[in-house]
Design a protein around this ligand. Structure first.
Ligand SMILES: Cc1ncc(COP(=O)(O)O)c(C=O)c1O
Length: 346
């Protein structure tokens, strides 16, 4: 089965799988006191800078909860776009576990702006009102769009001026960084991001994410270890999570994987753009293409290649490319789309 439904539908990159197998030698001390974790932390720290504190976890929802717990008290709130994963796809985990209000702000391209932050920054010092403390940005966004470095810088400077932190949901940080042609550090540490999730799963890992705390004032060294344990995100056999990071970070395999999935989205967009009845709805800046297609053809097209309907009212759909999507996969899909749309007279 070849799928455009999710970048989690793809398998594990062979080099990651080899690294997991290679780590399966002999015994190693648990809970991160193993040589693979030492090396992974060194590599991740190398990407983000010497002050970065790194905590491998199991999944992205866990990373977001653990990462934001370092910044929030329960009477403080998180401002994010309505499309944010923490708002729509985590079953309310941040609200339940952090006890903090999530303020979701409509944004046509899934991006937060300084104006949107300022509009939500009120009631400061009023104990009737949840106090805005964190701005959450997703990079690349849930719409496959991407913040420029200047846009991120404007957000961090606004947030810091307002005494707020900026948390970056980096489930697809590799796609954004490769797309911008920069380094992880240039996109985060250098422009004042306070903490982030460093996603590897969608980039070819089997299941590996890390919380990275960049702001030393968050005192992560003293607290995050306990927070991660309380939220059940501490892996006992951590070497197998860490081995995945090593495989992706050494020789910049992460960048090759992300560049590939980004380029497949560009290829797909270029092929569908002239098909009558198909309208691309978002800038294609990472590994996703969003489009409106005729509702009548959707089930038949999903039979050829699975994908999700994102908005049932408009029949906006999401096509997501992975590190192993091929031009042949896309050609098969596009030819089905072409013949189905021609059948509708669109
Ligand atoms: C933007 C974003 N954040 C976080 C996640 C992590 O989710 P999970 O808890 O399923 O690993 C995802 C996964 O789809 C995502 O798209």
């Amino acid at each position: 089965m070849r799928s455009l439904a999710s970048d989690n539908h793809s398998g594990v990159h062979p080099r990651v799988l080899e690294a997991i197998a290679a780590a399966n030698a002999d015994h190693a001390v648990s809970y991160g006191a193993d040589p693979w974790t030492t090396r992974a932390l060194e590599l991740i720290q190398g990407e983000f800078g010497e002050h970065a504190e790194v905590f491998p976890v199991f999944n992205g929802t866990g990373a977001n909860v653990v990462g934001m717990q370092s910044m929030l008290r329960s009477w403080e709130s998180v401002i994010c776009a309505t499309t944010a994963h923490v708002n729509v796809d985590e079953a309310g985990a941040p609200e339940k576990l952090l006890g903090s209000k999530v303020i979701a702000v409509p944004s046509a391209d899934a991006k937060i702006t300084p104006e949107l932050i300022r509009a939500q920054h009120w009631g400061i010092g009023d104990f009737h009102h949840a106090q805005p403390r964190v701005v959450l940005v997703t990079q690349s966004t849930e719409y496959g769009t991407r913040y420029s470095l200047d846009e991120l810088r404007a957000i961090t400077s606004t947030a810091h001026e307002l005494d707020m932190y900026v948390y970056l949901d980096g489930a697809r940080i590799a796609n954004a960084t490769a797309g911008l042609g920069c380094t992880f550090k240039e996109m985060t540490t250098d422009i004042g991001i306070d903490a982030l999730s460093f996603g590897a799963t969608k980039n070819g890992a089997m299941g590996a994410e890390a919380v990275v705390i960049l702001n030393p004032a968050l005192n992560a060294g003293e607290t995050l270890g306990y927070i991660r344990k309380q939220y059940m995100q501490l892996a006992s056999k951590m070497r197998f999570v860490s081995a995945q990071f090593i495989a992706l970070l050494e020789d910049e395999l992460w960048r090759a994987n992300a560049e590939h999935s980004n380029s497949m989205a560009q290829y797909l967009a270029s092929k569908v753009t002239s098909i009558p009845g198909v309208t691309i709805t978002q800038a294609v800046e990472a590994n996703a293409v969003f489009a409106i297609i005729p509702a009548a053809i959707t089930p038949a097209l999903q039979e050829v290649t699975p994908f999700y309907v994102w908005n049932e009212a408009t029949n906006e759909v999401r096509w997501m490319c992975s590190w192993d999507t091929t031009t042949a996969n896309i050609d098969t899909f596009v030819s089905a789309l072409t013949s189905l749309t021609s059948g509708t007279g669109a």
